[in-house]
Design a protein around this ligand. Structure first.
Ligand code: BGC
Length: 892
């Protein structure tokens, strides 16, 4: 039985191009039929060609046989890496008994431009058209001749704006590159290998340049937040077989023209006149005599860094489920799913026919599109036909949040095949699967993942439809754990942490949104006569919570090291801006959108302060900073003490007496043992008193079910999960929701739509219950002592009306899965699969035995019992357990 090595990755990616880190980290997975497989040693070879590796040479690095069980985050340890070089690597491992694997398939990475001086191009754009508010995206092009014998050609590109690159008429790259960053501080560049697209003789490269977040509309913060108009930067390096090199870069010799796109704006939609199309404008043969000289920008003073976030892509297409003609003669398509992206329309008609596609999430009672909740956003695309046969149109630099599409001006009667939904988001690979015996719970899970798909677009945004779409830090932190079960968000959140760092205030405060995009200025201006909160508890704390989540889920220590000082400044800031460790009551979002319960700001803020201190202490511990670990631990204890002194009375009542105050006090370790019991009783009494209903808002909701389950009330957690009466998750599902709503009362039977100024139907925050579904319902839990699921804790909590749950999670070591069934005769069965080179503690409710699975993978736990569960310590393999004696279904 052999060990195979699979899924070799560099910096979490398969064969990434253009890294700029000096020490890339390598990852691989082991696969073996043999239970209990562990890695005892590895050898890595890194060279510049396959042939070298075939000869078992690592000219860049030969790690030698290294005794280590680590197969993730192995820092490159060879010769200094050279800019633009290609590195090919492979690895082999030995298990605990000296068995040797085959070499892995070779994997590669390339380095990017490491020195600012290597960028020889200039930032180019096109002068604005006078008097035009929404400018047409410029087209830019350059033709050039190349010799034969091209060995390798690599394009490095970026924009202050967003770009669509073409080489010799072929589209290169993804959507919305280079992504959203604080452009005043940094911009990411993308690397493309375009060797196959170039040829000896004439070539051309072209780009369409959109305003994007740089100069287009950003949420409600207006237009031109970072700059007046977009600019593009490209460096194309061509290496010939003979060792010589040629570079094509953006400069004043390029040509520019306006094209068929009249405007394309994230928030205001697009207008496209196909009669103005430019033909084969990105080919060498194209005559650009009539084109203008570009406008050259003086320079750019921010950082130009390699792309950290995953690219934005169309990941799925959606077919409408129905179409209906309106009284006014338009057609309304139902996509069957609230989605984010745009629609492609197909039509044949006369020259000059104008088709308009309008998008909305809901329908008004009269069947028309419900547009009120979009505020100032215009989710409309206009297309003017050229009349030449079948035409297809989709927009370029805009996106919409919608379920319904109204098509006006369509020539003839459109069929279901004439409209196609395109789903776009940051392409974070899918990581989790979850299914249960309960259709409504499955729908809830589906709605959670659609919320993530819809809102993870370069940054984690709050909503995709109205004029907002900002990277609200509070929403991101409460959903981060759920998000990382659903999809591989390692790089997505690594980049987002940079966004938070880039706008950390000189005081140490982390901001409410990241990138800040001028929100702080806006907020100060709007509240200039009043006082405004310089931070918001539960929002700013994302600066500590999200790095910690990356550590827990991926074992990523680098993110902790890199941002430790920033996190420490945040905690320091909280301390300095407290009175006797009690935080002020200004946190003006409070437990945002809670229902029928107001949590006092100062209680909430002090609780989160304690939590940030606690996490920072653990982070310091991970980094071996023993003194800091103690200091912040003591700070946590002192804040908890102050919290009890200020807010908890003798009867255990916490000021505010809301579900959220008890949940946070329990989960953030703020109570003594005795007070814990009282808090639990009060929490349960409140829920029961409301007829098994919740009242939590954004900040409490993610901790609600975990707090109940951790404290012996799994049944109450299930009652809340499956509650169908208002307010509840299932209430929205009963009323047709296909995504998570922003508010519990977004639409109610009594009142219809909530106030339109704040009523998104695609907001993921209240979907943070997804975390509980994985960690508790399915029982796949991370272990902070051995993060990244090197050691997993498997502890499913059956309950409620569910008779089975099946879940899996793609950890960095491989797939972990659990499946439990509660059979009618009371027999409880659990199947577990643990990937090679990891271990797990498995808790099975009651008196349980292994009925199938490989014994060598199991080591008995002394005592073998905990909290009413049978406990097994496992190595890799597949196992089936059964509870032998009927009894309580849960273990706590
Ligand atoms: C956003 C939220 C955000 C909140 C702050 C809203 O407008 O949509 O998701 O967290 O403001 O209170």
């Amino acid at each position: 039985m052999s060990i195979r090595i699979i899924n070799c990755k560099t910096e979490y990616m398969v064969n990434p191009l253009g890294l700029d880190t000096a020490v890339p980290r390598l990852f691989w997975q082991l696969e073996s039929e043999r239970p209990g497989t562990v890695q005892a040693a590895y050898r890595i070879l890194v060279g510049h060609s396959r042939e070298e590796l075939d000869r078992e040479e690592g000219t860049a690095w030969d790690s030698g046989i290294t005794s280590s069980g680590d197969s993730a985050h192995i820092g490159y340890g060879g010769k200094p890496l050279e800019a633009e070089a290609v590195y090919i690597w492979k690895v082999k491992v030995w298990d605990g008994e000296g068995r040797e694997s085959e070499w892995s398939e070779p994997a590669l990475w390339t380095m990017g431009l490491l020195d600012r001086g290597a960028w020889r191009g200039k930032w180019i754009g096109r002068k604005a058209e006078p008097g035009v508010q929404l400018q047409p995206p410029p087209y830019l092009r350059k033709s050039f001749k190349l010799r034969g014998g091209i060995r390798r050609a690599v394009a490095y590109a970026t924009a202050l704006g967003i770009y669509e690159l073409q080489v010799n008429g072929h589209r290169v790259g993804d959507r919305f590159a280079p992504g959203w960053t604080d452009y005043d501080k940094r911009v990411q560049y993308q690397t493309y290998d375009i060797t196959d697209l170039l040829k000896a003789g004439g070539n051309a490269v072209g780009v369409i340049l959109g305003d994007g977040w740089y100069s287009g509309t950003v949420g409600f913060l207006g237009k031109s937040v970072y700059g007046q108009r977009p600019f593009f930067l490209l460096q194309l390096n061509i290496d010939y077989e003979d060792g010589s090199r040629e570079s094509i870069a953006t400069d004043g010799t390029w040509r520019t023209m306006r094209g068929p796109i009249a405007y394309s704006d994230m928030i205001q939609g697009e207008a496209y006149d196909s009669r103005l199309e430019l033909g084969d404008w990105s080919t060498a043969e194209y005559g650009d005599e009539a084109w203008d000289k570009p406008d050259v920008r003086a320079g750019y003073n921010g950082l130009i860094v390699a792309m950290v976030e995953p690219p934005v892509r169309i990941t799925q297409t959606v077919k409408p489920v129905s179409v209906r003609k309106t009284a006014a003669g338009s057609y309304i398509f139902d996509m069957g799913q609230n989605m984010v992206g745009w629609t492609e329309v197909r039509a044949s008609g006369a020259w000059g026919t104008r088709i308009t596609l309008s998008h909305a999430e809901m329908l008004s009672p009269d069947g028309s599109l419900y547009l009120d909740n979009l505020r100032k956003a215009v989710q409309q695309d206009h297309y003017v036909m050229n009349g030449e046969g079948e035409e297809r149109y989709e927009p370029h630099f805009t996106f919409h949040g919608f379920r319904y599409v109204e098509v006006t001006g369509f020539p003839g009667v459109p069929g279901l095949d004439d409209v196609t939904g395109k789903v776009i988001h940051s392409d974070t690979p899918s990581a989790g699967k979850l299914e249960t015996s309960d259709e409504m719970v499955n729908k809830l899970y589906s709605n959670i993942t659609w919320g993530q798909r819809g809102n993870f677009l370069s940054v984690p945004t709050d909503c995709p439809q109205r004029d907002e779409r900002l990277g609200w830090t509070g929403d991101a932190q409460i959903f981060a754990r759920t998000a990382s079960y659903n999809m591989d968000v390692s790089r997505f959140f690594t980049k987002y942490v940079w966004d938070m760092i880039d706008c950390q205030q000189p005081s140490g405060a982390f901001t409410d949104v990241a990138p800040d995009a001028g929100w702080i200025r806006h907020k100060m201006w709007n509240t200039r006569l009043n006082w405004f909160a310089p931070d918001n508890s539960g929002w700013g704390d994302a600066g500590v919570i999200i790095p910690w989540t990356l550590y827990l889920m991926y074992g990523d220590i680098r993110v902790l090291e890199r941002h430790y000082d920033a996190m420490a400044r945040w905690v320091q800031y909280l301390k300095q801006n407290s009175d006797g460790l009690i935080r002020p009551d200004y946190a003006n979002y409070a437990d945002w959108l809670s229902i029928g319960a107001d949590t006092p700001n100062e209680v909430l803020a002090t609780a989160y302060f304690a939590y940030s201190a606690k996490l920072l202490s653990r982070i310091a511990g991970v980094l071996g900073k023993r003194e800091d670990e103690r200091t912040y631990d003591e700070l946590h204890a002192a804040v908890a003490d102050a919290f009890r002194g200020a807010f908890v009375d003798g009867s255990g009542r916490i000021h505010g007496d809301t579900q959220t105050v008890y949940v946070l006090a329990l989960q953030f370790g703020l109570l003594t043992e005795q007070l814990r019991n009282k808090a639990i009783d009060r929490l349960v009494a409140d829920i029961r008193g409301r007829g098994n209903r919740l009242s939590t808002g954004f900040l409490g909701v993610g901790y609600l079910l975990p707090a109940l389950t951790d404290n012996g009330h799994t049944e109450v957690a299930y009652d809340l999960l499956t509650q169908e009466e208002f307010p509840s998750w299932m209430y929205s599902i009963k009323h047709g929701a296909t995504t998570i709503w922003e508010r519990w009362d977004g639409w109610t039977e009594e009142k219809g739509f909530q106030t339109p100024s704040m009523n998104s139907f695609n907001h993921y925050s209240l979907g943070s219950v997804g975390e509980w579904m994985y960690r508790y319902m399915a029982g796949i839990e991370a272990d902070p002592a051995s993060p990244g699921f090197k050691h997993a804790i498997i502890r499913p909590r059956p309950g409620g009306r569910l008779t089975w749950v099946k879940a899996s999670y793609e950890s960095i070591y491989g797939t972990i899965s659990t499946e439990w069934q509660m059979e009618p005769n009371g027999v409880f069965k659990l199947q577990v699969s643990i990937p090679a080179n990891t271990t797990a503690d498995v808790y099975v409710p009651g008196e349980a035995a292994l009925v199938n699975g490989a014994e060598p993978g199991i080591s008995p736990i002394p005592g073998g019992k905990q909290d009413g569960c049978s406990l097994f310590r496992l190595g890799s393999g597949r196992y089936v357990f059964e509870r032998i004696q009927a009894g309580i279904p849960h273990c706590y």
